[in-house]
Each structure stands twice: as C-alpha cells, then as structure tokens.
Design a protein around this ligand. Sequence first.
Ligand code: NAD
Length: 445
Amino acid sequence: MRICVVGAGYVGLVTGACLAEIGHSVCCVESDETKLAALVGGSVPIYEPGLDEIIVRNTAEGRLRFCRDAAEGLADAEVAFICVGTPATTSGEADLSYMEAAARDVAAAMSAYTVVVEKSTVPVHTGERVRRTISLYSNRGADFDVVSNPEFLREGAAVQDFLHPDRIVIGVSSSRAEEVMRRVYEPITDGDPGAPLIVTDVQSAELIKHASNSFLALKISYINAVARVCELCGANVTEVADGMGHDRRIGRAFLDAGIGYGGSCFPKDVAAFYQISRELGYDFDLLKNVMEINVAQRAAVVKKLQKSLWILKGKTIAILGLAFKPNTDDLRESPAIDIIRQLQAEGANIRACDPKAAENARAMLQDVEICSDAYETCRDADAAVLVTDWDDFRDLDLQRIKDALARPVFVDGRNLFDHAQMSELGFEYYSVGRRSTDRRSTDRG
Ligand code: NAD
C-alpha cells in the first residue's frame, strides 16, 4: 500500500519505518528542516534501539523516503497517518494546533479517497474536528474517512512494540475505512502470534489511549503513595509490590516505586484527560491526585538531600541519568530536569551524566556540568542522586563511586541498588519506600 506519514518524530519515524518494514511504500513528511535534512542525509535524529537498521534497509530498498511537501508525500497515498506532536498547554489541555495544521495540509493535498489516521494522542472528539477541518479545506472534493489509531509504543522499545504490539486499536466510522486499516496491519495481525485487532467507534479509540496512559500513571502514583507509607512505618515497598503483583488481577508491572513518571506522554496525557473530562462535565479528581503525587516524588529527592546535607547552597550534587527513562535520549518532562532545577534553586552546583541524553541535555540545561561517565560525575561531589535506571548504572563499580564522592551520600531514586550492599560499602543510602541507612535518624524515611 502507498502510505504517507505526516510528522517524522519519535512516533512518525517509527511508524513510517515499521510500515515500510512490513512491505508498504512509505513517504514521511517532516516540516522541521534540520530533522528532514538529517533523515534525507541518511542519519537518524533520535536514539531508538533497532531503528537505524530498519531505516537504512528500507530506504535502500526504496520503500521509505522523506520529504517536506505534503502534496508530494500524499501523491497516490491511500492512507495518511498524522503523527504530529500534541503537547500540553500551560493549563494542561492538549495543544491541537499541529493536528489542525496537518489536517489542512492533508486536505489540500488529497486527490482521491484517503483514510486519514490520527495516530497522535488526542482528546476525545478530535476525530470529529479533523473531519470538519478536512471538509472545510479540501479543495478537490476527494472522499475521505477519519480513523483513530492510537499508538502504544514505548520509547526505548518502540520498534519491537510497533511490530509486536499487545493490541492494535482502530476507531472507525465506515466499513470502507475499516477494510483499508485491516490491510495496513495485516502483516502484523496475521503474524505468528498475530496481534489482536480491536475495532471500535472513533471516540472509544481516542478514549482507550487516554484511559490507558492515565491508568498506568495511576499505578505508578499508587505505588509511590504506598512507598510514602512504607517510609513512615518501616516497611519495604519492593516487598509490598512483589506481594501485590503476584495477584494476577493486579500484576507486577508499573509497581516500581521511584521518583515518578515523566516523558512526553504520561504527564501531558493525564493532564489532558483530566481537562477533557472536566470540559465534558466530569471532575476526574482521581487524576488530579495522580499528578500531585507525581510532583511530590521529585520534591522528596530534594528533601532527602536536605535531610543529609542540611543546606544545599554551594554543595555539588552528582546526577546520574538525565533521560526520562533508560534506552532513550528523550528529555521531555524528565524528572531529572525538574530535580536539577529544584536543586539549582537551592543554590546547589550540578554535575550530570547520561549514556545517551548528554548531548540533548547540553542544549537544554544551563549551568550544569555534563560529564562523560558516572565516576567523573561523582568526583568530589557532596552527594549522588540516581535518577534514570540505565543498565550502565546497574553495573557500576560502587566502591569506585564511593571513593569518588567527597561524602558517601547516595539517593537512589529508582531503588536500583541493594540496600544491604550499599550499607556494607558505607554509603549513607536513601531509596524510595525502603529504610534508609542514615543511622543518625530514627531509621525512618
Ligand atoms: P515529536 O515532537 O517527536 O514528533 C512530531 C513531529 O511532527 C516533529 O518532528 C514535527 O516537526 C513534525 N510536524 C509537526 N507538524 C507537522 C506538519 N504539519 N507536517 C510535517 N511534520 C510536522 O512527537 P512524538 O513523540 O512523535 O509524538 C507524536 C504524537 O504521538 C503525540 O501526540 C504523542 O502523544 C503521541 N505518542 C507518543 C509516544 C512516544 O513515546 N513519544 C507514544 C505514543 C503516542
């Protein structure tokens, strides 16, 4: 099939590359000139395991190309996937201006029946808006349908998730569009094992995405709230989560206490779901709590450092990890950024490192010394904070880390290390929802 993908960011690039990989002929339209130049020149502007190979292979074999102009990308395309950003506005609503502009681009370029797919995460009823916009701006009168096909890929495992998803959801309003979408995904749904295809109306598909992401964020905030109780009563949140997770109705996934969720999706999607629910007439206060707990987890890191070092002004804090999670270079809404800004507001000096996100961090952060590895970051620092649970950090020589630090204070924001081992090594060790090794305190917190 001939497919156009509008927006070649994290989702669009993975979608375009993977659709080419399963045999379609794909053109990705990208409006950012720098990104486009990189893609046309054969380099991949994001770090995503396995993506480079797929792009190189499919470009070489002629199934994948990149262009600036929607008319060129859409020429003869049966399907247009809109994969543009839907960031949060300051009030938490989704900014749909990129969606609207992409819908106009598609409207102006369509020349025959086209299935227009919203792959971006959008509030319920956006499909209807997109349909009206295309009707309004289509000058050639081509027939079309709007389909909601939310994307559930995880950065860091995006290629695997796209090609082997837990499910594919399509929200359709016509059997003609359904038939086209079934053909798009046939190589994935008919694979072994084939992915389940869930067909709904457009609104339900839009809601599935917001409800799913909000539920996952809720699970994270729930265990983080449990971690707070554990810190107050001396229980161990990892053992609590293991005990809960054995119950198949609950499951162990997303029950790791830490410094909370971040990234380009959960924070904005929870906020947008809360806002759209309010607009529709329902006060989804549960989601408000989810957001508040998440923000508090970041502040708790600063409090733990203050508990140990008292005044942070003039102290050097080593931040291990900047990406919002491992295996990505994405810094959007990363807890690390927030924590660094809070520490800087207290007057602390920051040194930081990340296996993949260091370059992006240089462009984004002011007055942060970016180091090449964890040992250099910790050298002569007053404390270290583990923010991102990269495998590289899991394998650290902890004795070397302790020797590098001026004071052996370690705040483990991801419960990555073993409590007993850290104590034996002589760290003053703080984690989340587990007892600290600060013997000067009451053994709590
Ligand atoms: P992104 O910012 O990385 O990519 C969006 C791209 O669209 C940018 O490169 C931008 O230049 C381009 N663009 C914007 N308007 C354009 C236009 N009119 N024509 C051509 N290109 C245009 O964003 P992303 O992370 O890929 O997210 C895209 C959507 O997918 C969002 O709604 C997001 O919530 C959703 N989503 C993201 C993820 C994820 O893990 N990143 C997962 C699932 C869903």
